[in-house]
Design a protein around this ligand. Structure first.
Ligand SMILES: [Zn+2]
Length: 490
């Protein structure tokens, strides 16, 4: 009885301050952990395991756990070192992902540094590279830039366009580095390297190193290395960077938007209140409308895998054979960090509101998500350098592969000769899952990668007689040209 009362008094005396104190968390490191051991340790965290693990590199795992969770791990026989204890999980993640400096390594670029490099290249070769604004960020109104590289960059050209983009997700910063390295590579080696010269002569190459400029700032300036979404103040309290608020820019595109991500603003996959609610996505839409890219690489981290369109319920993409060939070619050209194998190609879902189903479904762009590296989002310098180098090989594959075989042509008005935006319909391939492909209004031009052989082509435009080409023979190499003249209906 006495003990119970005593216990009661103790509890009432000591419980209130304990409740009000912030629980302390710890950053712990376990060394030499195999994947199955790691799974065992992480089972403790249930569906929060993704939020607990900071990185798993070279069999060393960094975990942010509450003191109670660390105690359970210890009781279960896991040996670990406590690196840091703090009441702020953000602080522990900074220590885990930035290292002891608690700030991002200078290996990585800030957005201003990326733009400064583009400007320095432009200064030297104004004929080859230019940068232009494509929009503003949703929350902080920073300008989002694209960089265009071609052999006559002053004006727009009538050539196939290829897109490279990074950092829809702010913490997946390798994408910005790969895009920056690519820009330097193309301009610096033009004229001396035969392949680079061919690519720059052949294409309009557009690079958006950072789609999520506000989020990239949060990660690159050392505020929070976990930041994934944009910085949209989704709870509207006027306070920025309250992890995990914001909109997932890779769930905000309008192709099957409602089926992807989460409707919960505090989910790390929050798709936003409606499709294209975010101005970063609007900027990408304007760019895609203008260029109708033939190919695109979209960089994320991590997993050493290529995702491509698509499995949509049971159905594959209309151009599955060709997409699979390219995805496999791309994957097998990029070495993994372990160096013993290459990236795997896997179907992505058609129903996610991400960039690849949107670019493919709406525009016919073959967009491949490249999940660079494995075990972290932010990599130590030496790993980052190796990931960068191996991914440049993937880019070489894509730039070689973007020159057909395929069909290209112009659509023009028979009377005025003016270019026309018309439907380019391949009825034996195109299904209703995808939006009808069109020629560009500005030039009447279209490009379509195709397998060599005979294809049935129908060109349609309201107010014009349809043009039917029952057998167009696409050659084994390069672009097979067709010129389409549409006659207005009387
Ligand atoms: Zn991502």
């Amino acid at each position: 009885m006495f003990r119970t009362v005593f216990h009661y008094i103790l509890t009432t005396l000591f419980l209130p301050p304990l409740i009000h104190a912030q629980t302390s968390s710890v950053l712990i490191e376990m060394r030499g952990i195999e994947q199955d051991q790691l799974n065992g340790a992480l089972s403790l965290f249930g569906d929060q395991r993704g939020k607990a693990i900071a990185s798993y590199l070279n069999k060393n795992v960094l975990i942010v756990a509450t003191s109670a969770e660390a105690k359970v791990l210890s009781e279960r026989g896991f040996e670990f070192t406590v690196i840091l204890e703090d009441t702020s999980r953000r602080t522990l993640f900074k220590r885990a992902l930035y290292g002891s400096s608690m700030t991002l390594s200078s290996f990585y670029h800030s957005y201003d540094e990326i733009l400064a490099e583009a400007d320095a290249l432009h200064e030297r070769r104004p004929d080859l590279i230019t940068r232009f604004a494509i929009g503003k960020t949703t929350q902080e109104k920073r300008t989002v830039y694209a960089i265009r590289i071609s052999n006559n960059v002053a004006g727009r050209q009538d050539k196939p366009a290829i897109l490279f983009n990074g950092c829809h997700h702010a913490d997946e910063i390798m994408g910005a580095e790969i895009c920056t390295a690519l820009m330097n590579e193309l301009v610096n080696k033009y004229g001396s390297d035969q392949s680079v010269t061919t690519w720059v002569d052949r294409y309009e190459i557009v690079i958006v190193p950072v789609v999520n400029v506000d989020g990239h700032h949060v990660v690159s300036s050392g505020i929070d290395p976990r930041w994934r979404k944009n910085t949209h103040d989704t709870n509207g309290n006027g306070v920025l960077y309250e992890y995990p608020e914001g909109v997932d820019l890779n769930r905000n595109y309008d192709f099957n938007w409602a089926h992807g991500g989460s409707g919960d603003p505090m989910s790390i996959r929050y798709r936003g209140p409606y499709p294209f609610s975010e101005t970063e996505n609007q900027a990408m839409r304007a760019l895609a409308d203008d260029y109708r890219f033939v190919l695109s690489l979209t960089y994320h981290s991590q997993g050493e895998v290529i995702y491509y369109p698509w499995i949509w319920r049971e159905r594959k993409a209309p151009e599955d054979k060709l997409l699979t060939e390219l995805a496999n070619g791309l994957g097998s050209s990029i070495r993994t960090m372990a160096g013993d194998t290459t990236y795997k190609a896997e179907y992505g879902a058609g129903t996610v509101g991400q960039s690849y189903p949107w670019l493919y479904g709406r525009y016919g762009t073959f967009d491949f998500v490249v999940e660079t590296g494995k075990g972290a989002h932010i990599f130590p310098d030496s790993d980052a350098a190796a990931i960068l180098e191996s991914n440049l090989e993937g880019i070489r594959y894509i730039l070689d592969r973007g020159n057909g075989p395929g069909l290209t042509g112009h659509v023009r008005d028979a009377r005025s000769g003016k270019p026309l935006e018309a439907h380019i319909w391949l009825p034996d391939i195109d299904m209703e899952d995808i939006q009808r492909r069109t020629s560009l209004e500005r030039t009447g031009r279209f490009f379509r990668l195709l397998s060599p052989g005979k294809h049935r082509l129908i060109v349609l435009k309201n107010g014009y007689e349809p043009e039917i080409l029952p057998e167009v023979e696409v050659g084994k190499e390069g672009w097979t040209p067709v010129e389409i003249i549409l006659r207005p209906l009387e």
